[in-house]
Design a protein around this ligand. Structure first.
Ligand SMILES: NC(=O)c1ccc[n+]([C@@H]2O[C@H](COP(=O)([O-])OP(=O)(O)OC[C@H]3O[C@@H](n4cnc5c(N)ncnc54)[C@H](O)[C@@H]3O)[C@@H](O)[C@H]2O)c1
Length: 329
């Protein structure tokens, strides 16, 4: 099939482009390079430097490339910035996405895979998180993702759109061959920050909160390898054959890992000390967030290949050690 990967030059999207090709499909990429990297996508993959909200341009690509399924990874994803500049987030993550969906419906493309997030759950009362638990985002970023989830339900009912929305936990790691990986600017994710602190590329890591009600006092998160995430997006294709169906899946390993455990894994894998300073808790950081991904594991026959933090960090280290300046920007 011809798969349009919107945001395909970004971190998760670029890994998915490779998995889509490896599964025997034909990837086509749209990315306006607001954050992504052209070099993250192989030169032989059709690439359109287009804003996803440009309905005319997107509509033409859908027809010209005979697109069967659209995967949508493109969004702004800095929680703190979304609090200070909500309009930027509502316009890009919601309004532009509605434009993309309208272009799809106009051209009769009715299969959609969406990157949602565990941030739609807000501060949950119980762990692990199951898809049916209440969603109450505590920041505009999480709200924009929930708004799109809700729009998808309406479009399935009204227009027969078939969709899957994946609620990712913490995407991590890099391609096994170390040729593409995470390169965000600014970087806010723990594993690249810890690796860069270990190599001296960045200042010591700040460890926010050491007095949480967790075994070692630091926050627990669920790190899931970017290639494992990508494989779920492909495993869902057969489900989208039925018009008007909608699925929501958590994607995590289900293993809670603390900040201190991540630091230990980085030290073990790199053989270097991770310098860090202890800082107060950050507002809005729940003590623990981890998934019950039974629904994806049973319903999609989704198997997690990278089940432990060290194996995930090892792939990240392969990428970062070979590309200390990321894609070189
Ligand atoms: N990284 C995580 O841990 C994580 C966790 C939960 C959810 N998500 C979601 O997964 C998706 C991908 O995350 P990522 O870490 O790969 O982000 P990323 O920033 O690396 O990739 C997003 C890509 O979308 C592109 N883009 C943004 N707005 C665009 C627009 N209007 N038109 C065209 N292209 C546009 C950017 O240039 C970038 O290449 C996002 O939707 C994010 O909200 C990520």
């Amino acid at each position: 099939m011809n798969i349009l990967i919107v945001g395909g030059a970004g971190y998760i999207g670029s890994h998915c482009v490779r998995q889509v090709a490896a599964a025997g499909h034909r990837p086509v990429v749209i990315d306006n390079l607001a954050f992504g990297h052209r070099a993250a996508v192989a030169p032989d993959v059709p690439f359109y430097d287009v804003n996803l909200g440009d309905e005319a341009a997107v509509g033409k690509i859908l027809v010209d490339e005979k697109i069967d399924i659209v995967m949508h990874f493109a969004a702004f994803a800095y929680v703190g910035e979304s609090v200070h500049d909500p309009l930027k987030y509502y316009f890009n993550n919601v309004v532009a996405t509605l434009g993309l969906l309208r272009a799809m419906l106009a051209k009769g493309v009715k299969k959609f895979v969406f990157s949602s997030t565990c941030a739609t759950y807000g501060i949950p009362e119980k762990m692990p998180l199951v898809e049916t638990m209440p969603q109450a985002p505590i920041n505009p970023y999480g709200q924009t993702k929930l708004d799109v989830e809700n729009a998808l339900k309406s479009l399935a009912l009204a227009h027969g759109l078939s969709f899957a929305a994946f609620r990712y936990f913490n995407a991590a790691g890099a391609a096994e061959d170390g040729t593409i990986g995470e390169d965000h600017n600014p970087e806010t994710h723990l594993i690249p920050l810890a690796i860069d602190a270990a190599t001296g590329k960045r200042p010591p890591l700040q460890l926010f909160g050491t007095d949480y009600p967790t075994p070692d006092g630091t926050c627990l998160r669920d790190y899931v390898h970017v290639d494992d995430l990508s494989r779920a997006h492909i495993a869902v294709f057969p489900k989208l054959e039925t018009p008007g169906v909608g699925f929501f899946y958590n994607l995590g390993t289900g293993t809670p890992t603390s900040v201190r455990e991540v630091i230990k894994a980085v030290e073990k894998v790199t053989g270097k000390k991770v310098p860090y300073t202890e800082a107060p808790r950050r507002a809005g950081d729940p003590p623990a967030l981890y998934a019950d991904s039974t629904k994806a594991k049973t319903g999609l026959d989704w198997k997690v290949k990278y089940n432990d933090i060290e194996s995930i960090v090892a792939t990240a280290w392969k990428w970062h050690s070979a590309h200390p300046n990321g894609f070189g920007k």
